[in-house]
Structures are given as C-alpha cells and as structure tokens.
Design a protein. Sequence first.
Length: 193
Amino acid sequence: MKKVDAVRLFGLNNVSIETEIRRVEVDQGIDFGHKKEVVKQEEKFYPQFSEKLRREAEDMARQYVIFYCLENSIRELISERLHELNGGDWWDKANIPGGVRENCKKNRDRELASGITPRSEAMLDYSTFGELGDILSANSEIFGDMLRDLKAVQRIFTNLNTLRGPIAHCKPLAEDEVLRLHLGLRDWFRQMS
C-alpha cells in the first residue's frame, strides 16, 4: 500500500471512529465535549427546526463526510493513475467507457447552462459513484496492481451506491446501514494492494 493510501485509510478510519463516538453520544444522551461551538450557535439561529431534525442532521453530516471522502479519494486514485499513464489530457486518451463520457459531458453542460459556478474543470468530477466503478472495470489491467479483486470492488460499490441515496437526499440511515457504510469503507481499503 502506498504511503498516500495509508494516510487516506488512517484519516477515513478516524472519521469512522468519530462517527461512532457521536452515535454513542446521541444514543446515550451523553456529551463528551468534542462538539464545536458552531453547532450550539446554529441551534439558537434555527429554532424553527425540531431538536429531532437537528440531531438527525448532525448524525447524517458525519455519514456524508465519510462518503464524500471515500468518493473523492476514489476519483483521486483514478485521476492520478490515468494522468500518470496518459498525461495531462488523460480524459481524452484513457479508456473511459462511452456512456460515462457522455453522461459526464451531459452533467457538465447542464450545470454550465444553469448559470451556476461549475463544480470543477475535471470531467471526472461529473461522474457518478457507479461510473467510477465502470472506469475501474474498463481499466482492470491498469488498476489490477492497486486493487486485489475488481469483482469484489464492484460488489462494494454496488452496496455503497445503495447507501449513497439516503445520504444524498437528506434521509437518516438506519443503525444497520451506518454500520454497513463503515464496513463498506473498510472493505474498500482492504481491496487496496
């Protein structure tokens, strides 16, 4: 495992541990004192939201952080490897499945047409989580030395993509699904060679 991957694993494991500590705090009604003052100030600015919603949001924020870090670290892995092999214009030269290219272009064009600030200059940043798995699969010979088993990676991505829906659409994850997210994160890093 590369040093950068070991550092990523260390960071994501810490996020996972912190999330579990927060869950214990919520479940047991205990405050271990690590919450930032910002959260307490927000509560006085948003009294129209119920305490239940604020607690759910705080808990789900941690799940979002985990998924955000995971998804973007996978993008970095893909980008760095394909850049290394194909140069700066790797998006045009590398083996990116046609459907992924088309969807990324469509997503970027829709975003540009809306007049909002583009999320990125990189086309890869317009891909979905599932499409990241498609890129890895299409380039199995390139990523084979980094990932132990691409079929296992696809299974992990399928499970994680199912969990992504509630996270992205502001719905709480059940306790078992929070555990499944953390296990999926660990499964992903176990696949890293």
